[in-house]
Write a protein that binds this ligand. Structure first.
Ligand code: MG
Length: 202
């Protein structure tokens, strides 16, 4: 399963590399302007160093990956965005539905606790939470449905008033701008599910 994680993160890295300027420009409107570059730096740090991480155990490997990413990104986003990366080692390809639900519920709890953030505050939680609800309500999931759920959750962050981060201090509370962290999270989650479907169809 280490290969699963490598493929997933590598794909995420390529998509973020393509979109980081777009993410930075969202962050320039409601944050400190560098979220796209920050997540790109974190992914670059791990993806281009996989061969130097001399660990064969999946859990320890991903724990090291998330540590390197967290340090390289720094700040709150480094802490919050690597929670899912670490939790993802609980994926069981023979029991995808249940293991994905468990990964999501513990990710959500940890983000709430460490980020002191709630659903609807305009944050990465507004991607994880609705997707968790959706998966929980269905016996199986289709990639198109997952992707459209992620897309609509991302669009929903646009009209949310920020209750966390710098955006909450703006007169506009960030209304009218998609949350940059939610944007990068949407990319990472889409690539995670894409890799699950690749794995399933192999
Ligand atoms: Mg920043």
């Amino acid at each position: 399963m280490i290969e699963f994680h490598k493929n997933w993160l590598h794909r995420s890295y390529l998509v973020i590399k393509d979109k980081y300027k777009e993410i930075d420009s969202l962050d320039q409107q409601i944050g400190d302007g560098d979220h796209g570059s920050t997540i790109l730096r974190g992914l670059d740090k791990v993806v281009n160093n996989f061969e130097n991480i001399d660990i064969n155990n999946e859990v320890d490997f991903m724990s090291e990956v998330s540590r390197l990413m967290r340090i390289s990104m720094g700040g709150a986003s480094g802490i919050l965005m690597t929670i899912f990366i670490k939790e993802s080692t609980n994926l069981n390809i023979n029991n995808i539905h249940k293991s994905v639900l468990n990964i999501f519920s513990s990710t959500i709890e940890k983000i709430k606790k460490r980020g002191k953030v709630n659903i609807g505050d305009k944050s990465i939680l507004d991607i994880y939470y609705p997707l968790h609800v959706k998966i929980n309500n269905e016996d199986d999931f289709l990639i198109d449905e997952i992707f459209s759920s992620i897309d609509s959750s991302l669009q929903n962050t646009k009209n949310m008033e920020a209750k966390v981060g710098r955006a909450k201090f703006l007169d506009t509370k960030g209304v009218g701008v998609i949350d940059p962290g939610a944007f990068s999270t949407s990319i990472i989650l889409k690539e995670f599910f894409r890799e699950i479907f690749n794995e399933k169809n192999n």
